[in-house]
Design a protein around this ligand. Structure first.
Ligand SMILES: Cc1cc2nc3c(=O)[nH]c(=O)nc-3n(C[C@H](O)[C@H](O)[C@H](O)COP(=O)(O)OP(=O)(O)OC[C@H]3O[C@@H](n4cnc5c(N)ncnc54)[C@H](O)[C@@H]3O)c2cc1C
Length: 472
């Protein structure tokens, strides 16, 4: 270790306490990403317990010219939350910055620190009979700061929007160690450039989010979930249109899963599979959240499904008869990423498209993938209601997943992302750019947009110390 690094660590121990500056022992939980694709090594893992401590850390890092990688729950899927392999970067974990600061029921807002686990924030809202609608399968371990830094989506974007729409204010520590207190719970605030929107989705490259004011909603009086099977993706789309026309804002989720994704669940997590649901090319999970009562919700959902059967759009449907059964339906959907992980590495695409283009895209992408690697298996699932598809490509049966990934990832990505572009879509719907998609962003983002982003980065982080080599 250089004398300069030793001096920095000594100063950090003084400011955080020696026990919150981790250099030895097993640090793999911080240094390896969730998909185990990126294995880094940190100069130290820092665990500040307050915004002031975060500010002191960033001031010290700036003075020593040392890079800082911020981490929340380390559930990100694009390699942005772990240090590189140099052993020279500080890993700033926000796990201890996890307090609920304020619940303002009359203003429908919740102020939490960035390291607060999403599920804990949801529970804080529920304790006042309010709803924090941000919801994703990683909610038991991801943090509010990570959600905002990646502008996370999840399963209720259709009705409530993504993390950006659910955030009214932020507290941020800049790369120079200044604290910007923008924790205002306002729905209207036209006072110049929107710094909040700048930091949301910036993936830790412009500063550290330390707290946020989140927007809450009244709890719906009834939430009903159903599964329906469709022969084609066009039928799923038609069902979505009917559901939107009938239910309006009552429709809170509309997810699709192809047969391959459910077969994986059956193979790796048989307990989460649903034997009562016949296998079909596509299965839809839809949910309505009703402000009136259960009877109203049931009538709405059952008549929608009956009409869709009569119109030949769906073959079978199952309405959850209890909260437990509804959870079972959701578990089926949420187990798909886990089943994929259990099957080995695969080529993932978290893409956004105009909803109307999704069926044509899938047909063309499947053909392009087969032309590139015959026998590859497409695992398609996602939030059809908001145009976000997880279009993932697995090795043909009998081929080792890791070898398949190395041999085909670049070529498959190119074919898939070129099609995404041709359909007016985005190469990242909700997971962000991180390291994984950094080079693709160069190909797909307009030169003017990239130049503006570079200028913003240079203005706010002139030393380039915040999450270097991520996003840009
Ligand atoms: C099973 C599973 C399901 C998922 N489902 C979804 C889904 O439906 N929708 C979705 O959008 N994502 C999903 N994800 C991805 C992931 O959970 C989200 O991206 C989540 O928002 C990341 O939160 P985190 O606290 O784990 O952040 P991390 O993984 O720790 O960090 C993610 C990025 O944010 C930065 N960051 C973290 N905290 C801060 C902070 N306080 N200030 C500044 N920068 C920060 C990091 O540097 C990194 O670049 C899923 C992941 C898993 C494993």
């Amino acid at each position: 270790m250089t004398a300069q690094a030793a001096a920095l660590l000594a100063a950090l121990r003084q400011c955080l306490g020696a026990e919150q500056v981790l250099c030895d022992g097993d640090l793999s939980a911080y240094e390896i990403d969730r998909r185990r694709r990126y294995h880094g090594r940190a100069l130290a893992v820092l665990r500040p317990g307050s915004t002031d401590e975060v500010a002191q850390v960033l001031r010290l890092a700036a003075a020593h010219g040392v890079a800082v990688v911020t981490q929340g729950g380390n559930t990100g899927l694009v390699g942005g939350s772990v240090p590189d392999a140099s052993g020279a970067q500080l890993l700033l974990s926000l796990q201890r910055l996890n307090r609920v600061r304020r619940l303002d029921a009359a203003n429908l807002t919740l102020t939490v620190e960035a390291g607060c686990i999403l599920q804990a924030a949801q529970e804080a809202a529920a304790s006042a009979d309010l709803l924090l609608p941000l919801s994703l399968a990683a909610e038991g371990s991801c943090t509010v700061g990570g959600n905002l830094a990646t502008n996370a989506g999840g399963v209720q974007v259709l009705r409530y929007g993504n993390a950006r729409e659910l955030c009214l204010g932020l507290e941020v520590v800049t790369p120079h160690g200044e604290i910007w207190d923008g924790l205002r719970g306002l729905r209207k605030d036209n006072t110049g450039y929107d710094l909040r929107d700048l930091y949301i989705g910036s993936e830790g490259t412009l500063g550290v989010i330390t707290a946020a004011v989140l927007r809450l909603y009244p709890q719906p009086r009834a939430v009903l979930t159903a599964l329906a099977t469709c022969a084609t993706l066009e039928d799923c789309l038609n069902l979505l249109q009917r559901a939107q026309a009938r239910s309006g804002a009552t429709l809170t989720a509309f997810e699709v899963m192809n047969a391959q994704s459910l077969a994986l669940v059956q193979q790796h997590f048989a307990a989460a599979a649903l034997p009562s649901m016949p296998a079909a090319p596509w299965t839809v999970l839809l949910e309505v959240s009703d402000a009136r009562n259960e009877q109203h919700a049931a009538t709405l959902l059952e008549s929608l499904l009956a009409d869709a059967v009569a119109a030949g759009l769906i073959d079978d449907a199952l309405v959850a008869q209890s909260l437990t059964q509804s959870r079972t339906f959701w578990r089926l959907r949420e187990t798909i990423p886990l089943a994929q992980a259990a099957d080995g590495l695969n080529i993932k695409h978290d893409i956004a498209l105009p909803v109307s283009r999704i069926p044509a895209f899938v047909v063309q992408a499947d053909a392009a993938v087969q032309a590139q690697c015959p026998g590859a298996r497409s695992v398609n699932f996602g939030h059809l209601g908001d145009g976000n598809l997880h279009y993932n490509v697995m090795a043909p049966a009998g081929v080792a997943p890791a070898e398949f990934l190395v041999a085909n990832e670049d070529a498959v990505n190119r074919r898939v992302y070129d099609l995404v572009n041709a359909h007016g879509g985005s190469i990242s719907a909700e997971h962000g750019i991180g390291v994984l998609k950094r080079d693709e962003l160069l190909r797909h983002q307009s030169p003017v947009a990239l130049a503006l982003m570079q200028r913003i980065k240079a203005a706010l982080d002139p030393q380039g110390l915040m999450n270097p080599q991520r996003l840009l």
